[in-house]
Design a protein. Structure first.
Length: 255
């Protein structure tokens, strides 16, 4: 469903992403971890089509991101760290606007907006102005705009940053629900970037750790923790210079 092949991004002398390769299977939920400045956000922006790669290639749901960028971008729902919201718009009006931008056909647009409102727990606040909502509800609106066009892939960058413990629990449960299959709604492939390691343990089945622009860990979470080490210990070792190469990745999965 997602395939990155040798992705690199250079800013002058700075190599922000250095030959990143990995595959994510349909329906898989992957935690994407790394210290600040490791290349996480740059990699996600490349995969969502917001940033061109210097080298390498990528495919989303079988669409090459560089040969067929429109189809690839339609296959992705992206929630950046700061959700792209218009505070003066109502929740429902904003989602309808986003659905138009994402080329949701007019005949199914109202249904698509209603589905996003329902899945993200926003139906009761659909007529409220976004700027008057709590941060937790604004984050829900951010998730709703990411799924309103029913993409098979979700890429979420720090979706619970700045939330209180109750809101964090609610958003985690919402992300887990979005990743699951529900009658009339497919399971989605999810890449979740976060600094909150318990979030990864609660939601994800596999972990990618990036350090200095390179993937240094790519393993199922259960396998990583089999020796008794905590995810925090694994992360610390992988980003302290003790791990210089990624362990062998799982078999490649092509969309």
């Amino acid at each position: 469903m997602i395939e990155a092949r040798g992705l690199s991004k250079r800013y002058g002398e700075l190599l922000a992403v250095d030959g990143v390769s990995f595959s994510v299977a349909p329906g898989e939920v992957v935690g994407f971890l790394g210290p600040n400045g490791a290349g996480k956000t740059t990699t996600m922006r490349i995969l969502t089509g917001f940033l061109p790669a210097t080298d390498g290639s990528a495919a989303i749901a079988g669409h090459d991101l560089f040969d067929d960028p429109l189809a690839a971008r339609r296959s992705v729902g992206y929630l950046p760290e700061t959700p792209p919201l218009y505070p003066e718009m109502s929740v429902e009006g904003f989602l309808d606007y986003v659905a138009k931008l994402k080329d949701v056909p007019r005949r199914v647009r109202a249904q698509s907006v209603a589905r996003a409102l329902e899945r993200c727990g926003l139906r009761d606040v659909r007529r409220r102005v976004i700027g008057a909502l709590s941060k937790g509800y604004r984050q829900r609106v951010g998730l709703a705009q990411a799924i309103v066009h029913d993409p098979p892939v979700l890429i979420l960058d720090e979706p619970t940053v700045g939330l209180d413990p109750i809101q964090i629990r609610e958003i985690r449960a919402l992300i887990a629900d979005l990743a699951s299959e529900r009658q009339g709604d497919r399971a989605r492939t999810v890449i979740l970037s976060t600094h909150i390691l318990p979030e990864v343990e609660a939601i994800c089945r596999r972990v990618l750790i990036i350090h200095r622009g390179r993937i240094v860990v790519d393993r199922p979470l259960e396998e990583l923790k089999r020796g008794g080490a905590s995810l925090e210990e694994i992360f610390a070792r992988a980003t302290s210079g003790e791990a210089h190469e990624a362990p062998a990745a799982p078999p490649e999965v092509r969309a």
